[in-house]
Design a protein around this ligand. Structure first.
Ligand code: FE
Length: 300
């Protein structure tokens, strides 16, 4: 089984801007560039977890999912193959670039690429936040954070992500404006969410969680300096209880910066349906109201 969101990669013409956006605003640590010139960021002692590759258009590239060990990875790849998913093992060169021991990959029904790996490299005591922070990012047994994709059909996506891949439904939020399903793979309330956007597939946002509320507050103070817009004001979500803001990034996707997310116990967890996304706040900016957020493409 998949046990964590391990890393994420996307591409953008404005990739270079992440050299400052990542450390100065988010508080991530700038690491050495990738072989293609990608900007790479760490949020803990794992050597890097976020890569922004150079490209002419904003593109989602891959979500990296971590498994516990080599036995689990091989068993899981076998299981997916039995269920009809075409999974390919990656060459040594890609494993080296991602700094993992072994890597296999597949695409979802709409072409979103997912990578499976184990043994990602860490350097103990190496993480230093890119700006003044009181704490670090919430990672460890909860992984990097969460990713949210737009999919053309939530039911079809659920068949793939839940029934075939094994993501466990945390809950649903259904309002007049959106229909979203949230999935967990560890204690983090959701490492993956899927939002219905008929006719489209997209990468909506990446969420990073601070251990300390003050580091979220500081991010808000630093927004102006980094020419970054708030897309949803500070608010608190009904389902994962995260206090967060949503901000623009140089590359189409939004970044949700949060604190205080719920940890779920899978043994007793029962999926609910909520008709509100937030207890308070999360007011949409004018830009956010005018079009769906993220790197979005029509499906062929
Ligand atoms: Fe989120």
């Amino acid at each position: 089984m998949i046990q964590e969101l391990s890393y994420v990669g996307f591409a953008s013409p404005r990739f270079e801007e992440w050299r400052t956006y990542g450390p100065d605003l988010l508080g991530a640590m700038l690491k050495s560039d990738g072989p293609d010139g990608a900007i790479r960021l760490a949020v803990d002692d794992i050597n890097y977890r976020i890569a922004i590759h150079p490209a002419e258009e904003n593109e989602f590239r891959y979500a990296g999912w971590g498994l516990a060990n080599e036995t689990d990875l091989h068993a899981y790849v076998g299981q997916l193959s039995d269920r009809g998913v075409v999974v390919r093992w990656a060459e040594e060169e890609l494993c080296k670039e991602r700094e993992v021991a072994e890597l296999a990959w597949f695409q979802d029904p709409w072409g979103l690429r997912h990578e499976l790996s184990w043994g990602k490299t860490a350097t103990p005591n190496s993480f230093q936040p890119g700006r003044v922070m009181r704490g670090g990012f919430v990672t460890r047994d909860q992984g990097l954070g969460h990713v949210v994709f737009q999919v053309p059909s939530l039911m079809e996506a659920n068949r793939f992500y839940a029934d075939i891949l094994g993501f466990r439904l945390s809950d649903r939020i259904i309002t007049d404006y959106f229909n979203v399903r949230f999935y967990h793979i560890n204690g983090r309330h959701h490492s993956l969410a899927l939002s219905e956007l008929p006719g489209h597939v997209g990468f909506n946002h990446l969420m990073l969680e601070y251990e300390n509320m003050d580091d979220l507050g500081r991010a808000i103070d630093l927004l102006k300096r980094n020419d970054t817009e708030i897309m949803q004001t500070l608010g608190r979500h009904t389902n994962d209880l995260m206090t967060s803001i949503y901000i623009t990034s140089p590359s189409g996707l939004q970044v949700e910066l949060g604190h205080g997310g719920l940890v779920v116990d899978d043994l007793s967890w029962v999926a609910r349906t909520y008709n509100k996304a937030s207890y308070w706040g999360h007011r949409y900016s004018e830009t956010a109201q005018s079009r769906p957020a993220g790197i979005i493409n029509p499906i062929n």
